[in-house]
Design a protein around this ligand. Structure first.
Ligand SMILES: [Zn+2]
Length: 451
């Protein structure tokens, strides 16, 4: 959506990403007069085929859970999710064309000239250019951003905001974007100007540092701009969670709650931050709609991310990606500027007017990288799923969470579809993993007799 790019996108997604075992949902709000528009069931009873028995069958239990989803709800979430496949393409093309136009009509060069007329101080010129660039690209990108972020979310009953508050938030995001991007750009361009040959190594190193800083400050400084985060103090919910945390060697004393219902109906929880800012947060939709078993299974999953060090590992992984990107960038920029630099009035790599070209190449890189990114994240998510099942011992709670998630994510995709587009295991695979776990632990669910 918002078009501030390269590492910022990666970093931001890391901050928020980290996991997000979302489950969306609802319509069946507890409030009086609420209309059930999404017909996904709120409470999913354990189907007969998933009840513990001597003839427990993993496939039959999985299918029984899948059958609990009304066909209308399934076709709706399939349509929403499959529409997202096309949006990946439209987002890419839209951004690429926008960056190309900025180069082709020399708007980028004009923005640089304006910045140079305002001040002679180079870093300030870079900052002014970033302001111009982000304002213009946000305006140009608004039609698609509004459709994707507002209209479509409303159509599928996932958004809770009206247009005014949504727009206000977009504006706040733009301001945050400008501040962070200006700082990053000032540092990166200073490096490029100082190290004309080896800038890509320095640039990659500094980008990694920014990545770590952003992941670290995200939960403490960025998230609270948009949402209220509070310490959850309902012992009925926190007690089993903290007990599970202690059992798994997690030094958590607090569980956080976020008022995600301000923006969305999706249920979610996440682990975010780095080092001392690492924390586990539950969103209020999950707290309101999820059964205790479901909440515990989700928290087990989040603790999996924590114990398996997914955030530090992701930072390391994306650092490698950043280095590869910078190496490609150097090679491509030199060739592109030799060929079209004069026509676009870009002087060299250290000229801020080069930014649309950098982002154009970044968009291509990101587009091609999509399935690999998704597969990396999905693999971690699957690890966290298995960890969560072992930690929480709530396979039915986890199946419920997977179904709630299925309100905005296709439940039963083909294997190639899952490989390309899914950043979490599909609902079917998650329920299947839960039932497989249950089949091997049936004694936990069978009432004890004769004692
Ligand atoms: Zn996760």
């Amino acid at each position: 959506m918002n078009r501030c790019k390269f590492l910022i996108v990666a970093a931001f997604s890391l901050v928020l990403l980290t996991c997000t075992i979302c489950s969306q949902a609802q319509q069946e709000q507890p409030g009086p007069g609420a209309k059930p528009a999404t017909v996904m069931p709120d409470v999913i009873a354990v189907p007969p085929a998933a009840q513990p028995s001597s003839h427990f069958d993993v496939e039959a239990a999985t299918n029984a859970y899948l059958d609990a989803i009304p066909p209308t709800a399934r076709s709706k979430s399939d349509a929403y999710f499959e529409g997202g496949y096309w949006l990946i393409l439209w987002d890419f093309l839209y951004a690429a064309i926008m960056y190309f136009l900025l180069l082709h009509f020399r708007w980028s060069a004009m923005m640089r000239n304006l910045a140079e007329r305002i001040t002679r101080f180079k870093p300030l010129q870079t900052a002014i250019y970033i302001v111009e660039f982000l304002v213009i690209t946000t305006v140009l990108g608004a039609p698609l951003a509004i459709y994707e972020g507002y209209i479509r979310e409303r159509q599928y009953g996932l958004a809770t905001q009206t247009f005014g508050p949504w727009m206000r938030e977009q504006f706040q995001m733009l301001v945050v974007n400008i501040v962070i991007s200006a700082i990053v750009a000032m540092v990166l361009f200073a490096i490029v100007r100082r190290l004309p040959r080896t800038w890509w190594i320095g640039g990659a190193a500094v980008s990694m540092c920014f990545l770590v800083i952003l992941v670290m400050i995200g939960p403490v400084f960025l998230v609270p701009i948009f949402n209220k985060v509070t310490v959850l103090n309902d012992p009925r919910i926190t007690q089993p969670i903290l007990s599970m945390a202690r059992a798994n060697g997690i030094p958590a004393e607090k569980v956080y709650q976020i008022d995600a219902s301000r923006q969305t109906t999706r249920m979610s929880a996440n682990v975010s931050g780095f080092g001392s800012t690492m924390r586990i947060t539950l969103n209020d939709n999950l707290l309101r709609r999820g059964s205790p078993e479901e909440i515990q299974s989700v928290m087990g999953h989040e603790m999996g991310h924590y114990v398996l060090h997914h955030i530090p590992k992701d930072v390391l992984y994306f650092s490698v990606v950043i280095v590869i990107f910078f190496a490609c960038l150097r090679w491509l920029l030199e060739r592109a500027l030799a060929r079209w630099g004069e026509r676009w009035q870009i002087r060299d790599v250290g000229d801020t007017a080069v930014l649309p070209l950098v982002l154009l190449l970044g968009s291509v890189f990101g587009f091609v990288y999509t399935p690999f990114f998704n597969t990396h994240v999905r693999t971690s998510e699957y690890e966290a799923d298995l960890y969560g099942l072992n930690a929480s011992r709530q396979p039915d709670g986890f199946a419920q969470a997977a179904i709630h998630l299925g309100e905005y994510r296709k439940m039963n995709p083909g294997p190639i579809e899952e490989w390309i587009f899914f950043d979490h295991p599909s609902g079917r695979n998650r329920i299947n993993a839960a039932m497989r776990w249950k089949a091997e632990n049936l004694q936990l669910f069978t009432p004890k007799t004769g004692q």
